[in-house]
Design a protein around this ligand. Structure first.
Ligand SMILES: Nc1ncnc2c1ncn2[C@@H]1O[C@H](COP(=O)(O)OP(=O)(O)O)[C@@H](O)[C@H]1O
Ligand SMILES: [Mg+2]
Length: 232
């Protein structure tokens, strides 16, 4: 396991959000974390990246407990987050957004990343705020890659995108999967995630309520209807 979360409890102030949550991502695996709005998906990613560290439990990354390490440290260890808000700098061009993120030792240099995002190359000199939603999402993923991650965390990459653009994002993630980038893909869009995932977890009220393959999940009407609101 490149990532092994064991029984974490995460709070915002007095609000107890994650209740003994455990999940794992193996090397080269794409794992989906599905659940309704407010279930605790983003909080799980915040726990991993150190933005909101858990109060109890362990998060093992490459065998080492990273709870309590700072966000910069965790990022330097090779965990990159593509946040829900995408975090593209509006007044920097796409090219500048990439150059401030890149790291010298990264196995993903800017040129190599751009080869995977031909559309992005066309808008390199455009300011972030002038990019479409799809272009911003591509830029956010590209920017995460140039930091040289071994584990990529994606928070609802399909959110707010038109179906055709979602397909383009799916294509990109599929390419990364071929290159054995380990990924934790958080989605409300179960259909999108199930196309990509090797394994799936469903979260509800801060706890895992299902773990299995996409095929198992599709076959489980009880789970899909109760926790994902689909499959009826
Ligand atoms: N900064 C915060 N302060 C207090 N409560 C929060 C904060 N962010 C999220 N929450 C609460 O934590 C729960 C889980 O939220 P979140 O992890 O964002 O869910 P999801 O990403 O699955 O939609 C929700 O009940 C939400 O209202
Ligand atoms: Mg969220």
């Amino acid at each position: 396991m490149i990532l092994d979360i064991r029984g974490i409890n995460t709070y915002y102030g007095l609000g107890h959000i994650l209740h003994g949550l455990s999940l794992g991502v193996a090397e080269g695996e794409v794992v989906a974390l599905l659940g309704r709005n407010g279930a605790g998906k983003t909080t799980t990613l915040r726990s991993i990246t150190g933005l909101t560290p858990p109060r109890t439990g362990e998060i093992r990354y490459k065998g080492r407990d990273i709870v309590g390490l700072g966000t910069h440290r965790i990022s330097r260890m090779g965990i990159a987050l593509v946040p829900e808000t995408r975090g593209v700098f509006s007044y920097l061009t796409a090219r500048e957004n990439l150059s401030i993120a890149r790291r010298p030792g990264s196995r993903w240099q800017v040129e190599a990343v751009l080869e995977r995002f031909p559309k992005l190359r066309e808008v390199l000199d455009r300011k972030g705020r002038l990019l479409s939603g799809g272009e911003q999402q591509m830029l956010a993923i590209a920017r995460a890659l140039v930091t040289g991650p071994d584990l990529l965390l994606l928070d609802e990459p399909s959110q707010g995108l038109a179906p055709l653009v979602v397909e383009a994002v799916v294509g990109t993630i599929r390419e990364l999967k071929k290159e054995r980038v380990s990924m934790l893909l958080v989605e409300q869009n179960a259909e999108m995630a199930l196309q990509l995932a090797d394994r799936v977890y469903v979260i509800d009220h801060g706890a895992i309520v299902f773990e299995g393959t996409p095929a198992h999940l599709r076959a489980d009407r009880q789970v899909t209807m109760t926790y994902l609101g689909v499959g009826g």
